[in-house]
Design a protein around this ligand. Structure first.
Ligand code: SF4
Length: 362
């Protein structure tokens, strides 16, 4: 099949009819799209306006830089400003405001900050600059953790003395359980993130079904997203809670065992701070003791994961990330907070809900 097959209008109409049929027997339905890329695509395609009035899509905590603690960003900026230190980061992190500053501000003040697309580039930078301490900002979900794991293993194998990793990786399923447990959020079901699921497979989401909610692993083409919504609505209509796969061409039941093995070989699972949400048990990764020499927090005495979760003053990203608020319900949305002058991380990131709503409308 070509990508065009995943935007076929006739199939889209059939899926919308299936959703409408299921919704007839339901009350208010709140389906959370966990992934920031889904939020962007749903906005770009205008899907919200095509759904029955009682089916609402709410965005969730799936923007990796949005949930990276503000204190972590402040610490990263402090490292970058230290003499003979160089911070290497994914591009989205650079503009995100911490509690006091951002990497962009640090860079303007003379800090060495390099933007890369892979942690393997940090290895190359460390090789080329033996006189500098190179610190890679290891953030993101299960999608980026395998590449960090490979980079850490490579650094150890090569005996690189001037490379370390400031780790703030998060894992998705425990966050979903925490959101379900918050009954005020009234989440009815989940569209599960396709990229994360390609790594971890179906099994880690089973607690979601055990907590009584339906969930569909969902891809990113129009028909993928509509299929995910239809599966969740069908399950709700039949009072069924299971994890179904609407993205089988990419996501296998067992995920990617090699990538999972890479993560397990380098990281332990730990409690982690999610910015705007708080500390969630078993929701983060930390380097195993045998890799301590590559752990920037141990090596340079900086707190792991930043240690705080606050947002900038007046920013409602915490409510947005939990699906409690729509971005447009934040009083700063589109006035004092815009992509050109962002106040909170949800307006900065290319996967941020506020940026998606600003670009494509509610
Ligand atoms: S609009 Fe801006 S200030 Fe409001 S929640 Fe979003 S990022 Fe925060």
């Amino acid at each position: 099949m070509s990508l065009a097959d995943f935007s076929d209008p006739l199939t889209a109409r059939q899926l919308l009819a299936r959703i409408a049929h299921a919704a007839q027997s339901l009350g208010a339905v709140r389906i959370m799209e966990v992934c920031g890329t889904h939020t962007m695509e749903i906005g770009r395609l205008g899907l919200r306006s095509l759904l029955p009035k009682n089916v609402e899509l709410v965005s969730g905590p799936g923007c990796p830089v949005c949930v990276t603690p503000g204190a972590y960003i402040d610490s990263a900026a402090t490292i970058a400003l230290s003499r003979n230190f160089r911070v290497v980061s994914y591009g989205d992190m650079v503009r995100v405001p911490g509690l006091r500053t951002s990497l962009d501000e640090a860079k303007s003040a003379g800090a060495a900050v390099d933007v890369v697309t892979s942690p393997l580039q940090a290895i190359e930078i460390a090789r080329q600059k033996p006189g500098e301490q190179v610190v890679f900002l290891a953030v993101g979900f299960e999608t980026t953790a395998p590449a960090t794991a490979v980079a850490v293993s490579t650094a150890k194998r090569e005996g690189l003395q001037n490379l370390s990793f400031y780790v703030s990786h998060k894992i998705v399923p425990p966050a979903l359980s925490a959101l379900i447990a918050d009954k005020e959020l009234a989440i009815s079901g989940f569209l599960l993130p396709g990229h994360v699921s390609a790594i971890i497979g179906e099994k880690p989401y089973l607690p979601v079904a055990r907590q009584g909610l339906p969930a569909a692993i969902t891809g990113f083409e129009p028909l993928d997203i509509l299929s995910g919504i239809a599966m969740v609505c069908d399950m709700l209509a039949h009072k069924k809670a299971a994890v179904l796969n609407a993205y089988p061409r990419i996501v296998k039941r067992e995920g990617n065992p090699r990538a999972v093995a890479a993560i397990k070989s380098v990281f332990d699972i730990v409690d982690a701070v999610w910015r705007g949400i708080g500390t969630l048990p078993g929701s983060g990764l930390s380097l195993k003791p045998e890799y301590a020499q590559f752990d920037a927090s141990q090596r340079f005495g900086i707190p792991p994961d930043g240690g705080e979760s606050e947002m900038p003053e007046s920013c409602s990203c915490g409510g947005v990330l939990k699906g409690r608020l729509r971005p447009s319900e934040c009083p700063l949305f589109g006035t004092s907070c815009t992509p050109e002058h962002p106040v909170g991380p949800c307006m900065v990131s290319s996967e941020g809900s506020c940026a998606a709503y600003f670009r494509y409308g509610a």
